[in-house]
Design a protein around this ligand. Sequence first.
Ligand code: PLP
Length: 365
Amino acid sequence: MKVQTNRLDRGFYKYQDELEAKALEVLRSGWYILGKEVSSFEEEFATYTGAKYCAGLASGLDALYLAIRALGIGKGDEVLVQGNTYIASVMGITMNDATPVFIEPDEYHSIDVTKLSAALTKNTKAVMVVHLYGEPAKMDEIVEFCKEHDLKLIEDCAQSHGACFNGKMTGTFGDVGCFSFYPSKNLGAFGDGGAIVTNDESLCKTIKMLRNYGSDVRYYFKEVGVNSRLDELQAGLLRVRLSHLDELTKEREEMAKRYLEGIKNPLIDLPKERENANCVWHQFVIRSKTRDDLMKYLSDKEISTIIHYPIPPHLSECYAYMGYKKGDFPIVEQFADEVLSLPFYTGMTQEEQDYVIDALNAYKA
Ligand SMILES: Cc1ncc(COP(=O)(O)O)c(C=O)c1O
């Protein structure tokens, strides 16, 4: 049996009729940019998360970049961010000429709250939390820390649509929640897309102005903005998927349970769930000291896996100018060497999962 890391086609066919009907409706409407699909999606997504406002954008990276810009964070400012994240979290900071200050993660792959105080300087302006793999960070203590030190709180929710901590949705704990709708995300579009959610009306207005060349009145340009609009087609398709997001999340929870109960091998560490948090299992990430050997073993059995992420941002070529070296963030680097994302997607069959489980259980280094 061949098992791929993802099967986006299955996610489409699950709601094929509704998606095709919506695509045709938008195509026939004659209105493709900033129309009723985008405004309806913004309303529905804000309601879904429990935030007051939402702005649809062209990508998750743009959401981070524009959120940080609209919060007034820039040159000379420092943002505390976990070192084990996708490069876009960090690019959102550096595109604003601000400085990322990397923090080691805890055992749940999120920012380690106990390491924040030591990283504070007079230039610290914000904390960026990344709910990596769909697992919420320890939000109660992070919110308290930000309040105590008068810091902005930015949540990178690119992987955590619908995930909650203490029953509250990720993206609504701080000043702004930034989402990606890249096709493989839990709420995925059929191209690129992103959004911010916030309770701050003026922040949302600023971001809407910036996404449209810096204009909120036609042909009056307040600032040099960008073109970062979620388009009508993606917004329409996202509305269809959003209406099914809870059942999609439930399916992921059931698949995670099957892996968690089925995989039994001392060479493999399974992901742990944080107390009071609902993980939405964007990825199912195991850890192994023999990760590379395990990956090859699975590949020989036609099981594809992927590493999220093999090179941490502080060792990425694009950030060589920061002068970090191997050994600077041992836990981040250990995770980069040990993590492995198993095949995990909407429409994955029990037979496919069992094939992966049996292969993992038979693995010997
Ligand atoms: C944690 C994280 N942040 C930001 C992004 C950027 O999102 P996008 O690909 O929509 O720019 C992604 C996904 O790609 C991500 O996984």
